[in-house]
Write a new protein. Structure first.
Length: 982
């Protein structure tokens, strides 16, 4: 029945009032039930594990950590125990099974089981890392370093640290443990055994902090209990094994002592019987003397009879003891027979080549009934092809071990390991033979041979040179490629003279000391892996890999692998150089796009080019119209002279060099003394400490298409060689130059709006090498050409920007200035007042405003005309500008005949003084205004307002206050300045 049917089925009458579960409740229940079911299944699986029943504690703990890490979905799960702890009165699980007698068992137990009064550390028996799928052990945790954590373990059932860095119980682990391993959350539970805490189970989560649910906490507590039961179970299994060993030991001692006692008493009885026989025989030989001494004989007989009776009694007692010994011997033989039946080998006892006795394993192995085997020849159980060999082996000695092919009853054969020993028994010579089927071992050996053969073929077919050595440095194996790469004779490689071998390797390395130090470091850490590069004296470059060779958990040697990467390294270096060139060009393109400062662009370019080319000087030389030149940019090494600002005029330059450079000429001089230069030119370059140079023209007024075609069609003029002539031309690879130049296409096209009829030579981009002659490489020449193009674009862009900036400044000025009065207009007034308002609101400084209005100006215009009115406004505006002394003060035309003055950082008192000065200066102009009711001259009314702005208020409030003051000034008769009062 499905879950849906269960939910929708009718409820019993006694629970009819229960509300039906909605779908969300069911989903929540399922979310809780699924992990709970999974945890329950995991506990059942672990409880049924066979590793616990077999006493294999290590395997059991590994299984537990793997299952718990999978169920809880944590990266790390581990189990820690105190090293010396009396878990119980049983023998500890670390006691070796090879203890040979009871006294050793007692001594070892007394030594290990002693309970420690104060634990100083805790040891990790198993740590499973799920992301790596590996187990580790042996780590120790000092109790004194984490007191809060261990105190919490003894008082709490579990430690559920959702955020291990902030939890006071676990934050002690932050630096030494949590951060190196990326752990964010911990869920730990103590392991209790016989009333003692013997260890902990740890579950560690990486990534984001994790909130542990109560179900997970209960599950971890159950796991801790399961670990305790596992330890007890393993102790019981190991104790049973040790008790059986001790019982076998005591039984063997008892049998040996019994046999010795029987042999001693038998020898004494035999000797007594021989003496008695001699005495009886001697009595007949002295018969005559007995008659003579009859009386004396009777006395002797009587005395001797008493002795015989006593001897017979002793003999009877000894016979009784002998029978008891024989009974014990039979019991011992029965026990040994049971032991023979219990062994894994097939055992037979042979006499004169015939089988006399076998165990059940013998009959089972060969497919016979036990009765059928007795009396058969032992060679009948040997395959025909091995019989002669087995016969020879039997004839060789009494104790043998060999391998042969055995024959079963059904005719099949199998390989066997045979151990045989001749034993004398009651005057007969018996041979005890033990046979073990080694079919699986033989198959494993064949597989091993195949694997070894495959490994040898792989070693010899690989392109890497490989050598394997043991832990003391003795060469175990190597391939032919290793000999070829190092050129080392095989006898030296196999030699035990390590010093001679190391000298041979060190002689080929450029840095032998570095290599030797790394080798010593690796041998100091046997489990370390290593990789590095080494350069040989002949220029080759090897990659070196090394890994430890393991046999199980034991490191038995080290494998070294060498790979010749000379060509790859050279290709990588060439590619890196090419990428660096492209990056340099790209960076300059970006710099041109992002920066409008030509000086910064050129200085940075010169420095980066010098660093990239590893040369001594890079400069940019600019021409004037008369071909007089100046070094405008320079990057030079500290030990060479500076040429920045140097001016040079060469009258011959315009005649012999301008046209070739305008055509895209590039000059690469390897050595100035062999380049065929004029003596004066050589002298000039020598004064600058130049030995080789590379010159590329910077052209203006060239379109992208013309520039690319110019570079592609132009050969580099490379000067050098004998007799001062031009030896050869070195064509620049078109693919590289085009690749570098086309990166400029978009930017150049965006700034090239017109093409001059002939290119203008703006200047030269020059690289100087001062220390020695230098052969300039094609990629270096291509780089300099591309950078010259970028410099030309930057220059053109800078020129356009300067022109644009001038035009913008003029437009800005026109947009913010009143055309008639040449003071700020209303738009500028609003912007400036708003900006000053916000600034003074943040600084809490005062801001003042003066509104000015020409009295009866409309009447003035009507009387004298608009031209006179415009002249009047211009004169008043000039008075206002002259009255303001600070750069931050602003005069603006606010309306037709109104002006406004903004006075930052000025209070009402000072602003009123400025207003009075303006009013007085306007009156002093004595501009005739005959129809003014106030005066015969033009006058001015002013309203003053001051405040400390706030972000909650607006500039409009200041304007309203000044306007009210102006209104009051007009109301009081005009030609006055009034300050607003709140």
């Amino acid at each position: 029945m499905s879950n849906t049917e269960n939910i929708s089925s009718p409820l019993p009458s006694d629970v009819a009032s229960v509300t039906f579960l909605n779908r969300e409740d069911v989903v929540d229940c399922l979310k809780v039930e699924q992990p709970l079911r999974r945890q329950t299944q995991a506990l059942v699986t672990l409880a049924r594990s066979k590793t616990i029943d077999q006493g294999d504690l290590k395997a059991a703990l590994r299984e537990i950590t793997e299952v718990v890490a999978d169920v809880l979905e944590v990266d790390r799960a581990s189990i820690w125990l105190y090293p010396n702890n009396s878990f119980s009165q049983t023998i500890p699980f670390w006691l070796p099974l090879e203890v040979s007698n009871a006294q050793e068992v007692a001594n070892t137990a007394d030594t290990i089981i002693q309970p420690s009064l104060a634990h100083s550390s805790m040891k990790c028996l198993d740590l499973y890392e799920q992301s790596r799928g590996c187990h580790t052990s042996g780590m120790e945790l000092a109790v004194a370093n984490y007191p809060n954590y261990f105190r919490a373990l003894t008082t709490e059932c579990t430690i559920a640290a959702h955020d291990a860095y902030s939890d006071p119980r676990t934050q002690e682990f932050a630096l030494p443990y949590l951060t190196p391993n990326g752990i964010t959350s911990m869920l730990d539970a103590p392991i209790w055994l016989n009333g003692q805490m013997v260890g902990i189970v740890c579950h560690e989560h990486t990534g984001l902090p994790r909130h542990w649910t109560p179900i997970e906490v209960n599950f971890v507590a159950a796991i801790a209990t399961l670990v305790a039961h596992t330890i007890e179970a393993c102790h019981r299994v190991i104790a049973q094994k040790q008790l059986r060993q001790h019982h076998q030991y005591l039984l063997s001692e008892y049998h040996d002592e019994l046999e010795r006692l029987v042999e001693e008493r038998t020898a004494e009885l035999t000797k007594a019987n021989e003496q008695l026989q001699q005495e009886i025989n001697g009595r007949s030989s002295v018969e005559a003397q007995l008659i003579k001494y009859q009386h004396h004989l009777e006395e002797l007989v009587e005395e001797r009879t008493r002795e015989i009776i006593s001897t017979n009694e002793q003999l009877q007692q000894e016979i009784t003891n002998h029978k008891l010994a024989q009974k014990a011997l039979r019991e011992s033989e029965e026990q040994f027979r049971c032991l023979a039946e219990a062994t894994f080998e097939a055992i037979s006892i042979n006499e004169q080549g015939k089988v006399r006795q076998i165990n059940r394993n013998f009959a089972r192995l060969f497919g016979y009934k036990p009765a059928e085997v007795v009396g058969m020849s032992f060679l009948e159980f040997v395959a025909p092809e091995s019989r002669s060999y087995v016969r020879q082996m039997i004839e060789l000695g009494s104790e043998l071990m060999y391998e042969s092919i055995c024959l079963k009853n059904d005719g099949t054969t199998f390989p066997a390991e045979v151990r045989s020993k001749a034993i004398p028994y009651q005057g007969r010579l018996l041979r005890v033979t033990a046979i073990r089927d080694i079919t699986k071992r033989s198959q494993a050996q064949e597989e091993l041979k195949t694997s070894v053969s495959l490994l040898e073929a792989t070693l010899n077919s690989t392109t890497d040179g490989i050598v394997a050595v043991n832990t003391v440095g003795v060469v175990v194996t190597f391939n032919q490629k290793f000999l070829e790469m190092w050129g080392i004779p095989e006898e030296i490689l196999r030699s035990a003279n390590f010093e001679e071998r190391h000298k041979y390797f060190q002689a080929q390395l450029k840095e032998p000391d570095v290599f030797l130090a790394r080798v010593k470091q690796l041998y100091a850490q046997l489990d370390a892996e290593g990789y590095d590069r080494m350069e040989l004296q002949d220029g080759r470059i090897f990659e070196r890999f090394t890994y430890p060779q393991r046999s199980g958990e034991q490191i038995i040697g080290r494998v070294w692998s060498f790979r010749d990467i000379t060509e790859r390294a050279r290709a990588e270096e060439a590619l890196r150089q090419h990428l660096r060139q492209e990056q340099l060009v790209a960076v300059m393109c970006d710099r041109i796009r992002q920066s409008l400062n030509l000086e910064d662009i050129l200085n940075t370019t010169a420095e980066e080019v010098r660093q990239f080319l590893q040369t001594d000087r890079v400069l940019i030389y600019r021409f004037e119209p008369n071909w007089r030149g100046t070094v405008v940019v320079e990057s030079v090494a500290s030990k060479y002279m500076k040429t920045l600002g140097m001016v040079r005029h060469d009258p011959c330059f315009g005649e012999g060099y301008v046209q070739p450079y305008q055509g895209g000429r590039i000059q690469a001089v390897r050595d100035i003394y062999t380049a065929g230069l004029t003596p004066c030119h050589i002298e000039f370059l020598a004064q600058l400490q130049v030995r080789a140079n590379l010159v590329v023209p910077i052209l203006q007024g060239v379109s992208r298409q013309e520039r690319v075609s110019s570079w592609e069609g132009r050969e580099v003029e490379e000067a050098g060689g004998v007799e001062g002539g031009v030896l050869s031309t070195c064509p620049v690879p078109s693919a590289i130059s085009t690749n570098l130049l086309e990166r400029n296409a978009t930017l150049h096209q965006s700034h090239s709006h017109s093409t001059a009829p002939s290119p203008a030579l703006w200047g030269l981009l020059i690289a100087h090498h001062c220390n020695e002659p230098r052969q300039w490489q094609p990629l270096e020449i291509a780089l300099l050409k591309s950078l010259a193009t970028q410099v030309a674009i930057a220059i053109q862009q800078s020129t356009l920007f300067e022109q644009l900036e001038e035009a913008n400044h003029e437009l800005q000025r026109l947009a913010s200035v009143d055309g008639l009065t040449q003071v700020a207009n209303r738009r500028r007034f609003d912007e400036y007042l708003k900006a000053e308002w916000h600034e003074k609101a943040q600084l809490q400084k005062p801001l003042s405003l003066i509104l000015c209005d020409l009295d009866y100006f409309k009447v003035f215009n009507d009387t004298y005309g608009h031209l006179a009115g415009d002249s009047c406004l211009q004169q008043v505006a000039l008075i206002l500008r002259q009255a303001l002394k600070r750069p931050a003060d602003l005069v603006a035309r606010y309306g037709g005949e109104e002006f406004a003055v903004i006075l930052p950082n000025m209070d009402t008192k000072d602003a009123l003084l400025v207003a009075e000065a303006i009013r007085a200066n306007v009156r002093r102009l004595e501009i005739i205004h005959a129809k003014s009711p106030v005066s015969q001259y033009v006058t001015l009314s002013l309203g003053v307002a001051s405040t400390v702005p706030s972000l909650e208020a607006t500039p409009a409030q200041l304007i309203v206050a000044a306007d009210k003051a102006l209104y009051q000034a007009k109301a009081e008769g005009r030609d006055c300045a009034i300050a607003h009062t709140a």
